[in-house]
Design a protein around this ligand. Structure first.
Ligand SMILES: Nc1ncnc2c1ncn2[C@@H]1O[C@H](COP(=O)(O)OP(=O)(O)O)[C@@H](O)[C@H]1O
Ligand SMILES: [Mg+2]
Length: 229
């Protein structure tokens, strides 16, 4: 689990997205929701992390965010809900163990599938055996029951999900969450795709919490200015 600490120290930064100095619709939109990100008072207890495409840092962000909160003493559950590309489960070497999909099909109770991670306070629910039709599984009643149960059991629940422009899963999971975070890869994610992704998130009840601008290189002075909140 030291890798978690390392990657957190190295990379993840909550960015105050530019709003005042950049006048594009795109940045104004992101800036307007920035103030609604309020992890500290638990208003957003269940959070879905998504991005427009693959490889933009959803898994990296989810993992780092989960670790940061666990290190602050919060009881955190991170869920590999990417039933298409379960990278979290791979990194924990937990592919094909009972997990999220097993909970959705009612095969196991979530408590039987949740694992400790080696980092205190951080718990992990692997993806489970990959189902042929993952999206359908999310309509299961078991999903709603699961949401209600984890809300009682953890301070923060993070869903690592597939890309929102390609697969609808993160919209469904987002709708059951308190909020959705969009990961944007610097100098990579197209503005039009970011806007499309935000529109999709907002179409499911106003769940957009904000964006994480991933990969941005910051100077030491900037690093000192930015914080995780
Ligand atoms: N900020 C970052 N710094 C360094 N590596 C990163 C960063 N964000 C993502 N990566 C790496 O880029 C690759 C793709 O990221 P990943 O989180 O798996 O993307 P996604 O889940 O959106 O498909 C992974 O190897 C990941 O470790
Ligand atoms: Mg991923």
């Amino acid at each position: 689990m030291s890798a978690l600490r390392k990657s957190h120290e190295n990379m993840l930064v909550w960015e105050k997205l530019p709003g005042t100095e950049v006048r594009s619709v795109f940045f104004e939109k992101l800036n307007s929701i920035q103030s609604s990100i309020q992890f500290s008072n638990n208003k957003a207890q269940i959070i879905t992390v998504t991005s427009a495409h693959k490889g933009e840092g959803k898994t990296f962000t989810s993992m780092n965010l989960a670790a940061v909160y666990a290190m602050q003493g919060k009881r955190v559950l991170i869920i590999d809900a990417d039933m298409h590309n379960p990278r979290l489960s791979k990194s924990f070497q937990q592919v094909n163990k009972p997990g999220f999909s097993s909970v959705l099909t009612g095969v196991v109770d979530y408590q039987e599938a949740v694992q400790e991670t080696g980092l205190e306070n951080l718990y992990f629910l692997p993806v489970g055996p990959l189902p042929p039709a993952p999206t359908k599984l999310l309509n299961s009643e078991h999903f709603q029951t699961f949401i209600a149960c984890v809300r009682e059991a953890y301070d923060l629940i993070l869903f690592d999900t597939p890309p929102i422009l390609l697969i609808s899963d993160s919209r469904t999971i987002g709708a059951a969450s308190d909020g959705v975070i969009l990961v944007i890869k610097a100098a990579y994610t197209k503005k039009a795709d970011i806007c499309r992704a935000i529109d999709l998130i907002e179409a499911k009840q106003d769940k957009f919490l904000g964006a994480i601008y991933n990969d941005k290189k910051l100077s030491k002075r900037e690093m000192a200015t930015y914080s995780y909140y």
